[in-house]
Design a protein around this ligand. Structure first.
Ligand code: PMP
Ligand code: GLU
Length: 411
């Protein structure tokens, strides 16, 4: 196949690394191996019953045909109403484009806004898909590495160092996948104003906004809570996947200026048309039945917070001194493993492969996020699975440290 002359569009294309680890873990489990899969970034909860029931009713009542490419007006209005509530001003419903997952929302934005010759700033560690989407648009992703001492959060100084006259875009992801770091509203504001002042498009991926460990019931600070004067050109990306445990339904959205949204919808009309209609019916319930939605989001966020506390406490206990980012949102624990490398294991990729082979625990190596000394563990799993997995990770790390010690002793 290597001789197939694929187009320039996908010359640098790689499959999603997070998806690849999760597919491998699923395959090994299907073969009968005892696998603890902490690779996939998806809530382990079922989609709430009130949402599932609405979808079933929708299908039974014949809501199974095409909708407008940008989604049904009812769903776009319901999403806009929730955004307006948050922003404290009217977020016009024609600014909403409903997409097949937040991934397509990001694709629409990157592909419509960036192209050859453009640079897109991607703070690192980054969610694996951002640089690849910029590359698919034939733009150049420019990685801006954060400082571990600040939970890898970047600020205007870092952006100043990375920007060039070709900088056209910047991706912000808070709460962050893979670190769980959350930018304060003041930090979001500083970045938004930086982008505004330089005429750079700000793509704010807030898909984990509802999974936040600040005050109970609160959501992580987001772009549209800023005064409009702080905002230049921006695209808000969000969706139902994480907040409502709806990863398989494939519903995301963008909010942008309605003129910009028209182009996103035009692009989508040529590629996928509308997101599946029954999934839109389900999402309409999730965005309009506010009381039920808020109750289920709070319940899930509470469970994730408890697990955050569990995994951070156990990591400290089992692997004292191992650097990690204390998550303030999302459901990932990002920790550093190069202290366990040895002659035959010199990357987190190799370390994770050995861990999967010998202990049956699937983590995602930091190569997927821009630094292959770190690993990401998803704690969207039952307490008992997390306990067992951490025990096995510690055994693996301990075994490796012991090999290093004995190798050193015999040298
Ligand atoms: N952004 C981030 C930061 C994510 O972790 C994910 C998870 N896949 C997405 C976007 C895409 O979400 P979706 O499943 O709705 O496409
Ligand atoms: N966002 C999730 C993750 O980072 C799902 C996988 C993906 O969409 O790449 O694992």
């Amino acid at each position: 196949m290597s001789s197939v002359p694929f187009s320039e569009n996908i010359r640098k294309l790689k499959p999603s690394a997070t998806m690849a680890v999760s597919a491998l873990a699923k395959r090994l489990a299907a073969e009968g191996r005892d696998i603890l899969d902490l690779s996939a970034g998806e809530p382990d909860f079922d989609t709430p019953a009130f949402v599932r029931d609405a979808a079933i009713r929708g299908i039974q009542s014949g809501q199974t045909r095409y909708t407008p490419p940008a989604g049904t007006p009812a769903l776009r209005k319901a999403i806009a109403a929730r955004l307006s509530e948050r922003a404290g001003r009217d977020m016009h419903w024609e600014g909403v484009v409903v997409t097949s997952g937040a991934k397509q929302a990001l694709f629409n934005a990157m592909f419509a806004l960036f192209g050859p010759g453009d640079e897109v700033l991607v703070p690192a560690p980054y969610w694996t898909t951002y640089p690849d989407l910029a590359t698919i648009a034939r733009a150049e992703p420019v990685i801006v590495m954060g400082d571990a001492a600040r939970s890898f959060k970047i600020g205007p100084d870092d952006l100043d160092r990375a920007a060039t006259p070709r900088t056209r875009g910047l991706v912000l992801n808070s709460p962050c996948n893979p670190t769980g770091a959350v930018y304060s509203l003041a930090e979001v504001q500083a970045i938004a104003e930086w982008a505004r002042d330089r005429g750079v498009w700000l793509l704010s991926d807030e898909i984990y906004r509802a999974i936040y460990y600040g005050a109970e019931g609160d959501h992580a600070p987001g772009l549209i809570e800023l005064p409009p004067s702080s905002l230049g050109h921006f695209v808000l990306v969000d969706g139902a996947s994480k907040a409502f445990a709806m990863t398989g339904w494939r519903i995301g959205f963008t909010w942008a200026d309605p003129e910009v949204s028209k182009q996103f919808a035009a692009l989508q009309s040529q590629i996928t048309s509308n997101p599946t209609t029954p999934a839109q019916v389900a999402a309409l319930e999730a965005y309009s039945n506010v009381a039920a939605a808020d109750a289920s989001v709070s319940q899930m966020a509470r469970a994730f917070r408890r697990r955050r506390d569990l995994v951070t406490a156990r990591l400290r206990e089992l692997l004292p001194g191992v650097p990690f980012v204390r998550p303030e949102g999302a459901f990932y624990l990002y920790f550093r493993v190069d202290g366990f490398f040895g002659a035959d294991v010199q990357s987190a990729t190799a370390w994770c492969s050995r861990l999967l082979e010998s202990q049956g625990v699937a983590l995602v190596p930091g190569a997927a996020f821009g630094d292959d000394r770190w690993v990401r563990m998803s704690y969207a799993a039952a307490d008992e699975v997390l306990e067992r997995a951490l025990g096995r990770i510690a055994a693996h790390a301990g075994a490796r440290s012991a090999t290093q010690v004995s190798a050193a002793a015999t040298r």
